[in-house]
Design a protein around this ligand. Structure first.
Ligand SMILES: Nc1ncnc2c1ncn2[C@@H]1O[C@H](COP(=O)(O)OP(=O)(O)O)[C@@H](O)[C@H]1O
Ligand SMILES: [Mg+2]
Length: 488
């Protein structure tokens, strides 16, 4: 049976139809409209736009997944994902998807809620649904008190201790909110600030609320650590969105959250296309890039160098280098291909501001893969799987720090086209930028009450030791002469 859907966008300020979609048992076919092609509107992927494709056909056979750009508009395929659970329940009021093939279930989620999310693509069941969505009046504003009640219910849902009343409160307050990828429970909602402070009120972006991604704290200390990591990036001069770390209290229960201003909306509310590096890699080669830890940092450099894609690939590669070094120095081993993205269109693309700089190595006891040196391999080491040179596999799970880390970082910078001296300069500057970081981490982690530590168990001592080891390994080795130069 053929199923139909459409893609619209508001990039120009006005709703415009971008494409028609047909899904059947054999394939998913996306056909861009002549009008969108003629107007040069950004399509589903920057890569398609670069190639000037009007029709894209995905065989259904092997993967049974939506293309990555559309997958990014629905919650991750994890049965415990909170947004996915809520979406499934809202959807059940309209259509029963249980028992359908996974891809058909996701198609229903996509056409039901795949609009208003990150980037410029809005998916609907039909043109009529699109027009109805764009014409709808603003949802009523939610005051700080009701907001705190809603977030508190959302927290109980995340902890799996919610009542039916909590669930109804969240669903009725928000309706089908746009989905967002990632592991942490979060919502994409416009927040209303009072004198630059967020106290829980929400509203409509058209009525002056700030479009935001709001992440709920489920790991003790993580909101403060992520906020600190943003501050470090800001200090290093890297573009970061505005952030607000807040604790709302409802019925004596604190709810900690990090609200992050959306960078994919212009001041007047128009969407800016965003595509993750995962999406670009997978679009180019679906078989080779099944997960967000496939590939390597060097490969990302190649993507940024694709002819005609970025407006300033040299600047972007330097920026990527600095972000990567900061991830290593701050203990964020989670810089995988869905935590790096481009924004803009093919030809004018640039890296988005930084997002998700969470230093997950602090939570090494909770999950082994939180303690990675680097989610992606680089210079023959790091990565999630047993990549790398013989003898370096011990570094994969973060047990040890490679003694020649600095030298390997310099070598990696050289593959991005940076000169050896400028890599060394960057390392010197970024080491200086993070000189106080461990102290600040200590201040955050050491005051977490014992009762709140389990089960994630932030490990202050272990994390600080690793941060120290990493700094030492970078500082001790990065000034070493490069390959091919004679040591006097
Ligand atoms: N400030 C932002 N503006 C626009 N999109 C964002 C912003 N922050 C995050 N995102 C999008 O939301 C997704 C999930 O956010 P992220 O912080 O990575 O959460 P998680 O910690 O769960 O991985 C990101 O992959 C990115 O696409
Ligand atoms: Mg993420």
């Amino acid at each position: 049976m053929d199923r139909y859907a459409v893609i619209w966008t508001r990039t120009t300020g006005q709703p415009v139809k971008l494409a028609d979609m047909v899904l059947n048992d054999q394939q998913l076919r996306i056909t861009r409209t002549d009008e969108a092609m003629a107007a040069g509107l950004p399509g589903v992927s920057m890569l398609h736009d670069l190639a000037g494709l009007q029709q894209i056909v995905y065989a259904r056979g092997d993967t049974q997944r939506l293309p990555p750009q559309l997958q990014a508009l629905i919650p991750p395929r994890d049965p415990h994902n909170l947004q996915r659970l809520l979406l499934g329940k809202l959807l059940a009021r309209e259509v029963q998807i249980a028992g359908m093939k996974p891809l058909d279930q996701e198609w229903h989620m996509l056409t039901f809620a795949g609009h208003g999310g990150i980037g410029h693509l809005d998916v609907f069941k039909s043109d009529a649904h699109a027009l109805q969505y764009y014409g709808q009046v603003a949802r009523p504003a939610i005051d700080a008190q009701s907001g705190a009640a809603m977030w508190s219910a959302f927290r109980r849902l995340a902890l799996d201790i919610a009542s039916q009343q909590d669930e109804d409160l969240v669903m009725d307050t928000l309706g089908p909110t746009p989905a967002v990828s990632g592991f942490v429970p979060k919502l994409v909602v416009p927040i209303r600030l009072v004198n630059g402070v967020w106290e829980g009120a929400m509203g409509d972006a058209a009525a002056g609320a700030t479009p935001a991604v709001v992440k709920l704290e489920t790991y003790p200390g993580l909101v403060a650590l992520e906020e600190l990591a943003y501050a470090v990036h800001r200090k290093a001069g890297i573009a970061t969105p505005k952030t607000w770390a807040v604790t709302l209290t409802h019925a004596q229960e604190p709810v900690r959250m990090l609200a992050v201003e959306r960078f994919d909306r212009t001041g007047d509310g128009r969407p800016i296309p965003v595509e993750s590096l995962f999406s670009l890699l997978r679009t180019g080669n679906p078989r080779a890039y099944g997960s967000t830890t496939d590939g390597s940092m060097e490969k990302l450099g190649e993507v940024l160098s694709l002819p005609g894609l970025l407006s300033d690939p040299v600047a972007a590669k330097r920026d990527l280098y600095r972000r990567f070094v900061l991830a290593i120095l701050t203990g964020n081993g989670d810089l995988h291909t869905e935590n790096i993205a481009l924004q803009g269109g093919a030809g004018s693309a640039a890296l988005t501001p930084v997002f998700d700089p969470a230093p997950m190595r602090a939570y090494r006891h909770f999950r082994k893969n939180h303690n990675l040196l680097s989610a992606l391999p680089f210079g023959g080491i790091g990565g999630y799987f047993q990549h790398g040179e013989a003898g370096y596999n011990d570094y994969v799970d973060g047990k040890l720090t490679p003694p020649d880390l600095g030298k390997r970082l310099v070598d990696f910078g050289v593959t991005l086209g940076l000169s050896r001296p400028s890599c060394k300069d960057e390392l010197t500057q970024l080491l200086a930028c993070t000189a106080d970081y461990a102290d600040e981490v200590r201040q955050i982690l050491d005051v977490i009450p014992t009762a709140e530590r389990k089960p994630m168990q932030p490990d202050s001592a272990g994390f600080l030791r690793t941060l120290g080891d990493v700094r030492l390994a970078v500082a001790a080795s990065y000034a070493l002469p490069g390959r091919g130069r004679r040591v006097q």
